[in-house]
Design a protein around this ligand. Structure first.
Ligand SMILES: NC(=O)c1ccc[n+]([C@@H]2O[C@H](COP(=O)([O-])OP(=O)(O)OC[C@H]3O[C@@H](n4cnc5c(N)ncnc54)[C@H](OP(=O)(O)O)[C@@H]3O)[C@@H](O)[C@H]2O)c1
Length: 300
């Protein structure tokens, strides 16, 4: 298996774009079901084995379940959001119903992973019971791995105080190298926790020409200047740089990529190769972390 193929098997498909008008640079909105089917067929052919989804991604789970090609994939789904309120019997029942609903929509007997979608639910009074209910679903054979989707190093620290996790999904990219330099990536891998990286293109911004971005994202445009200059210096395309950097981290088991077309996936597959030694990835890290959390971006 050549390096490019091996790297492609560590890709995972994101699916927010399959169920929602999602993405800062996504002019087309939700990806039509026929195109989703074409993307899944190409991903299966490329050796991709995992798809990231969630009940909160609109019709994404049903769209995925409706694709014949989906039979070959494992699915990572998420728990409902409880907005940090105390966790009691009603919330635990909602979590269990959610697992059943996701399995039904995806036409799967078992989920590859179930992630708590929001750390504040784990940290809420009774939050530990959510993890116990997820472990019960695991013991019942409905879920293979239990985990959490985070935004920050602090989320990871506080979550691990609450219990053992099998998987952590975290934001990581050429622009957002914080969890590498903080040592959290290495610590998670050392603890045997499977790491899934997302937002590796920062919702597509890393692949955009800064001058085309709306004024409200001017702060990001400024942060993009340096990575783009380093790409020019090393004669590497931003797509290859963004992918090569994330897939170059041995601690990262899967890089979740969002795509809105078969052409985008094909370009990702072709670009997945190791970074050239001359590429100064350290210099690409954002200098203003305030722009790294999509939830804090000024709304359209
Ligand atoms: N809290 C959470 O658990 C959470 C949060 C965010 C995302 N996610 C997961 O991560 C997935 C990825 O979402 P993300 O926001 O992190 O996005 P991302 O992967 O960083 O970026 C996706 C965007 O990159 C652009 N793109 C992809 N391939 C391209 C190519 N070959 N050429 C040019 N542009 C390309 C597309 O933008 P255009 O639209 O411009 O084509 C696409 O919408 C989601 O689908 C979801 O499954 C989870």
């Amino acid at each position: 298996m050549g390096p490019t193929v091996a790297l492609a098997t560590r890709l995972a498909l994101g699916s927010a774009q399959f169920g929602l008008d999602y993405g800062a640079t996504n002019p087309g909105g939700r990806v039509p079901p026929a195109e989703v089917a074409r993307i899944l067929a190409a991903a299966a052919q490329a050796g991709v084995t995992l798809i990231d989804t969630a009940p909160s991604y609109g019709e994404a789970e049903a769209a995925l379940g409706g694709c014949a090609a989906s039979a070959v994939f494992g699915f990572v789904s998420k728990t409902p959001r409880f907005h940090g309120r105390p966790i009691g019997a009603a919330e635990l029942a909602a979590l269990r119903r959610g697992v059943e609903a996701s399995c039904r929509a995806l036409r799967q007997d078992r989920l590859y992973g179930l992630l708590l979608h929001h750390v504040e639910d784990l940290l809420a009074p009774g939050g530990g019971d959510l993890l116990r209910a997820m472990r019960e679903a695991q013991a019942a054979g409905r879920v293979a791995k239990v985990g959490l989707s985070v935004y920050t190093a602090d989320d990871i620290e506080r979550a691990l105080e609450r219990g053992k996790l099998d998987v952590v999904q975290l934001p990581f990219s050429l622009l957002d190298q914080r969890l590498l330099h903080s040592g959290h990536l290495a610590a998670l891998a050392k603890a045997g926790i499977e790491v899934h990286a997302r937002s590796i293109f920062l919702q597509g911004l890393l692949l955009s020409r800064p001058e085309t971005l709306p004024a409200r994202l001017a702060g990001i445009a400024a942060q993009l200047a340096r990575p783009l200059a380093e790409c020019r210096k090393a004669s590497i395309a931003p797509l290859a740089a963004a992918l090569g950097f994330v897939l170059g981290q041995p601690e990262i088991a899967h890089a979740v990529v969002g795509v809105t077309s078969l052409a985008e996936f094909a370009a990702i597959r072709a670009a997945a190769r190791p970074l050239p030694a001359a590429f100064d990835w350290q210099a690409c890290a954002a200098t203003d972390a305030a722009w790294l959390h999509p939830g804090h971006w000024p709304a359209a």
